[in-house]
Design a protein around this ligand. Structure first.
Ligand SMILES: [Zn+2]
Ligand SMILES: [Zn+2]
Length: 106
């Protein structure tokens, strides 16, 4: 056994420091975080073994909620940010003019 004092430890990383409204207590003290799981030895995280999904965690009450979906954006509208191909659904960078997967114009 090599990892007698090692193990898998959760580690919270702040993805976005912008305060968000907490749906639980109503205060803008929730932030977008991600809980990664690190392989640790002697309580020192060595490397991530599992990347968590981003979640919104409130600093005040500790409520965990799923990240809000962008509202009012038509899936076929295109434009800003990262997008998806309307034909095949592959993720396409915003500055790509054509889908690298199926060639459809974005
Ligand atoms: Zn809260
Ligand atoms: Zn495509």
């Amino acid at each position: 056994m090599f990892f007698l004092i090692g193990g898998i430890q959760p580690r919270t990383t702040t993805v976005d420091d912008t305060p968000r409204l907490c749906s639980h207590c109503g205060l803008a003290q929730a932030r977008l975080k991600r809980i990664d799981h690190y392989l640790s030895l002697f309580f020192i995280p060595l490397f991530p073994v599992k990347r968590g999904e981003p979640v919104v965690i409130c600093d005040r009450c500790g409520a965990v909620s799923p990240p809000e979906q962008p509202m009012g954006r038509h899936p076929l509208a295109g434009g800003s940010g990262r997008d998806r191909c309307a034909r095949c659904g592959a993720p396409v960078e915003a500055d790509f003019r054509y889908c690298p997967h199926c060639g459809a114009p974005t």
